[in-house]
Design a protein around this ligand. Structure first.
Ligand code: DX5
Ligand code: ZN
Length: 220
């Protein structure tokens, strides 16, 4: 199976000290998960391109950008200019993601498709080969600190079968409520990229939290 990657979500970090928050765990993580929310696709507003650009000036880490917005394709150039690496858009916004795939390609961004809990995996299965990563939301998007919805793991299993049988290397990411207790369940279903916000940045020792999360997944 593909390698395990830890992707801390900065939504749970101290935005006034973002550069240092990421720098202190930089050696223990594989990418930075950046949640962009527009107040339309989800009932919350988080951060935008100026924040991403400021953080980019402090690190070379891979920026995995989860666009919880209604027109992320229109802003692909802004994301690339700010230093984003991966553009993940939601299948609920793009029943046909061709326009978003083209926008990512044009801007030299990797591409990802996400499904919210109520959305069937069939919404993204036909496009897996266009994705460097697929994202199965394990909470309803919009807020950190929610509880993991184990009932969506069937989607992860289905994606793992599809990806492996097609000989693809697409990463399968889970996002929301990921902890040392829930991550092994997602791993067993076939996920290999683990987003964690509160389970890392809200802990007294975020480095220990990253190490413990990786260890428990590797040993599961
Ligand atoms: C929720 C976001 C998540 C969130 C995860 O809409 O997509 O990335 O930050 O936070 P935790 O890990 O606290 O559930
Ligand atoms: Zn996210």
């Amino acid at each position: 199976m593909t390698s395990i990657k830890i992707a801390p979500s900065i939504l749970a970090a101290d935005f006034a000290d973002l550069g240092n928050e990421v720098a202190r765990i930089a050696d223990y993580i594989d990418m930075v998960h950046i949640d962009v929310m527009d107040g339309h696709f989800v009932p919350n507003i988080s951060l935008g391109f100026p924040v991403i650009a400021s953080l980019r000036a402090t690190t070379d880490l891979y920026f995995d950008c989860h666009m919880m917005t209604t027109n992320p394709d229109v802003f692909a150039e802004n994301l690339a200019t700010a230093g984003g690496n991966l553009l993940t858009v939601h299948a609920e916004v793009f029943p046909d993601p061709s326009r978003a795939i083209a926008a990512a390609q044009r801007e030299g961004l990797d591409f990802g498709l996400a499904v919210s809990p109520p959305t069937p995996v069939e919404a993204i299965l036909p496009y897996v080969e266009n994705c460097s990563q697929v994202l199965v939301m394990t909470v309803h998007p919009g807020f950190g600190g929610q509880s993991f919805l184990g009932e969506v793991l069937g989607k992860v299993e289905r994606l793992r079968k599809t990806i492996d049988s097609a000989g693809l290397t697409t990463d399968i990411q889970v996002d929301g409520g990921v902890t040392s207790e829930t991550a092994p369940l997602a791993r067993a279903a076939g996920a290999n990229v683990f987003v964690a916000g509160s389970a890392i940045f809200s802990q007294d020792d975020p480095i220990a939290a990253c190490e413990a999360l990786r260890k428990i997944i590797e040993e599961s």
